[in-house]
Write a protein that binds this ligand. Structure first.
Ligand SMILES: *Cc1c(COP(=O)(O)O)cnc(C)c1O
Length: 370
């Protein structure tokens, strides 16, 4: 336990990530691309990548080239796809590192071909089709002619084709099924002219679990591998395990007299003699200010954060935990005794989603892996 050495820290259970990836492979019967963008959703890029690969993930998905290069620098040799934008100036680097990139237009194709020539290597590309997310990708109507351009371009390997759902995490599947059918139409158009990229993928975690026909040849699972629910409407199967715990320690505990103003602006004022503790964790670590809404566990009891959240510290009201003392463990996300705070509960308090909670955990909080 790093409890004596750090103010606040994050424990990541890599066994949980391996378990979740194994379960996803089994439940979907489809090869898995583990999506580890944004520092592995806050869990750490390289450790999560390695855990996912140990559990049989075949691909890694990232948002940016930098994330792919971090994996390669750590000697990770698996296929990697950059799902988002890659600046054309960096196509050469991607090709030299054997990283697959996403494209959706002719200008990009021209730059890729030029970079491949410079690299004396084949560029691996995945074509992104915009079937209804309206974010990134080529219009379905233009997909066939562009696909033909790709196959006629030297030094470019048409490795994959994909799309992304806007509403796969909802109970109402109308939108996701419509996107699926548009995608299938595009695949059919290409197949009729003999174009069949090896990797066809569409499903994020929610679709992988709840929309079986959209599994194609790869599922791109992010949130589920961390043991977090795709949405309030689409929960993981019960045996998935949350991998992340966020803890801190009580730095000081005092009885303050009535009418003591606590923290900046004295937003909280003690009404009586109150047991107030200080915890060295703040908004610079990813704990939102969310005035009056934060809670943590101390001694297995849910206690409120009182007064404003500071950059590096908060105050907690400990009247329900009379034995609490400096040095005791504080849980922001995770279990303590019989009690538990989930990332989803924190997200609800902040008016956001679990994805944003874990992605917002800053780099300065040390991560420990077990
Ligand atoms: C982030 C992302 C995913 C993973 O989504 P989850 O909901 O976390 O499973 C899949 N595909 C693309 C294109 C993404 O950007």
């Amino acid at each position: 336990m790093p409890i004596t050495k750090y103010s606040t820290w994050i424990n990541i259970d890599l066994t949980a990530i391996e378990h979740n990836v194994t379960r996803l492979r089994y439940l979907t019967g489809t090869p898995v691309m583990a999506v580890i963008k944004a520092n592995g959703y806050g869990h750490g890029t390289v450790p999560v990548a390695r855990a996912a690969l140990r559990a049989g993930a075949q691909w890694l998905g990232v948002a940016r080239l930098e994330e792919a290069l971090e994996l390669r620098a750590d000697q990770i040799t698996s296929p990697i796809l950059v799902l988002g934008y890659t600046p054309p100036e960096r196509f050469l680097e991607a090709i030299l590192e054997g990283v697959s990139i996403t494209i959706w237009g002719s200008k990009q194709l021209l730059s890729v071909a030029r970079a491949a020539q410079d690299a004396h290597a084949k560029a691996k590309i995945h074509l992104k089709i915009d079937t209804g997310m309206s974010r990134l990708g080529i219009e379905p109507a233009n997909a066939l002619s562009f696909a033909q351009e790709i196959v006629n371009t030297r030094d470019v390997k048409f490795e994959g084709i994909f799309t992304h759902y806007a509403r796969a995490d909802e109970l109402d599947q109308v939108s996701a099924l419509e996107q699926e059918s548009i995608f299938i139409q595009v695949l059919g158009d290409l197949a009729r002219t003999g174009i069949r990229p090896e990797f066809v993928h569409a499903a994020n975690s929610a679709a992988a679990l709840f929309q079986p026909n959209s599994r194609f040849s790869l599922v791109r699972t992010g949130i589920a591998i961390y043991g977090l629910h795709p949405s309030a409407e689409r929960h993981l199967p019960v045996d998935f395990q949350a991998a992340l715990e966020w803890k801190a320690v009580l730095s000081q505990v005092r009885i303050l007299p009535p009418a003591s103003g606590v923290s900046y602006g004295h937003e909280y004022i003690t009404r009586d003699y109150e047991r107030i503790g200080t915890v060295p964790v703040g908004y610079a670590d990813g704990l939102r200010r969310a005035s009056g809404k934060n809670q943590v566990l101390v001694g297995g009891v849910l206690v409120p954060i009182v007064g404003r959240v500071c950059m590096d510290q908060v105050s907690v009201q400990l009247d329900q935990v009379p034995n609490a003392q400096a040095g005791d463990e504080v849980v922001i996300i995770g279990s303590q005794g019989e009690s538990r705070i989930t990332a989803e509960q924190v997200a609800n308090r902040w008016g956001t989603i679990n994805y944003e909670v874990v992605c917002g955990l800053s780099a300065r909080v040390p991560r420990f892996y077990h």
